[in-house]
Design a protein around this ligand. Structure first.
Ligand SMILES: Nc1ncnc2c1ncn2[C@@H]1O[C@H](COP(=O)(O)OP(=O)(O)OP(=O)(O)O)[C@@H](O)[C@H]1O
Length: 230
C-alpha cells in the first residue's frame, strides 16, 4: 500500500549565505502492506510528522521515492498529488481540524461536495457514516457543541467519506482521556477488520501502538522495526 525508498529530508532555515540545515530523515526505506495497522513511534522531534507529511505530499520529497498503491506519487505535480490525496487518503489529526462554522453533518459532507457528488447521494453516505460512528443524534451540532471524543468521531467519518483504502493518523487520541481513547481505538480496529482499511498511525501512546500489527521506530533519522525503549 505504501512503499518508501531511500527517502531523505532536511529542512533549510535562514536566508542565503546564513543557511542552517536541519537533517531529519536519512535514507529511509519502509513498506506498509494492504490491511495493516502500523504505528510510528519515536522521541519528540525525531521526524514522525515529517514522514507522514512527506507520504501525504504536504511536504514534497526531494530525495527518494514514495509509492502509494502502485503509484509513484513523489513524482506527481502539486495538483495531481492533491487530487490523488482527496480520492485515496483519509486523514485524522490530534486537533480534529473540523470547520467550526459547519455542523457535524456538513463537515462530513464537505469532501463529497468537493468531489461533485449529488445531494441525494451525499445524504445517504453522510447519514450512514453518522450511524457508523454513533453520532446520528448529533448531526446538527457544531464542533464547539461536541466533546473531544465526539469531534474525533466526526473527523473519522469525514476521513472515511470518500472510501479511502488508506488512513494516515497523527496522534489521533492525543487530546482524549483514556476511556474516550479506547472508544476511538475500537472504531479504528473495526474499520481495519471490516473494511480492510490500512492505517499508518503516529503515536506516543503505548495503547495506540498496541493496536498496530507492527511498530516502526524513528531514531536519529533512521527507521527500526519494533518498539525501542525511548
Ligand atoms: N517546517 C520546518 N522547518 C524547519 N524545521 C522543521 C520544520 N518542521 C519540522 N522541523 C524540525 O524537524 C524535526 C522533526 O520534526 P517532526 O515534527 O517531524 O517531529 P515529530 O517526531 O513528529 O515530533 P513530535 O512527536 O514532537 O510531534 C524537528 O527537529 C523539527 O524542529
Amino acid at each position: 500500500m505504501i512503499k518508501v525508498e531511500k527517502l531523505s529530508h532536511q529542512f533549510e532555515l535562514g536566508k542565503k549565505g546564513k543557511k542552517t540545515i536541519v537533517p531529519v530523515l536519512k535514507n529511509i526505506s519502509m513498506e506498509v502492506h494492504k490491511g495493516e495497522i502500523v504505528s510510528v513511534v519515536g522521541k519528540s522531534g525525531s521526524g514522525k510528522s515529517t514522514l507522514l507529511n512527506l507520504i501525504s505530499g504536504f511536504i514534497r520529497a526531494k530525495e527518494g521515492e514514495i509509492w502509494i498503491d502502485g503509484n509513484l506519487v513523489s513524482d506527481y505535480s502539486e495538483a495531481k498529488f492533491a487530487d490523488f490525496r482527496l480520492e485515496n487518503i483519509g486523514f485524522i489529526f490530534q486537533s480534529f481540524q473540523l470547520i467550526p462554522s459547519m455542523t457535524a453533518y456538513q463537515n462530513i459532507e464537505l469532501p463529497l461536495i468537493l468531489r461533485g457528488e449529488n445531494e441525494p447521494n451525499r445524504k445517504i453516505m453522510v447519514n450512514q457514516l453518522l450511524e457508523r460512528v454513533g453520532l446520528i443524534e448529533y448531526k446538527d451540532h457544531y464542533p464547539s457543541e461536541l466533546s473531544g471524543g465526539q469531534q474525533q468521531r466526526v473527523s473519522i467519518a469525514r476521513a472515511l467519506v470518500l472510501e479511502p483504502a488508506l488512513i494516515l493518523a497523527d496522534e489521533p487520541t492525543g487530546s482524549l482521556d483514556s476511556e474516550t481513547e479506547a472508544e476511538i481505538l475500537d472504531i479504528i480496529q473495526n474499520l481495519n477488520q471490516e473494511l480492510g482499511i490500512t492505517f499508518l498511525i503516529i503515536t506516543h501512546d503505548e495503547e495506540v501502538a498496541r493496536i498496530g500489527h507492527r511498530s516502526i521506530t524513528i531514531k536519529d533519522g533512521s527507521l527500526m522495526e519494533g518498539v525501542e525503549t525511548i
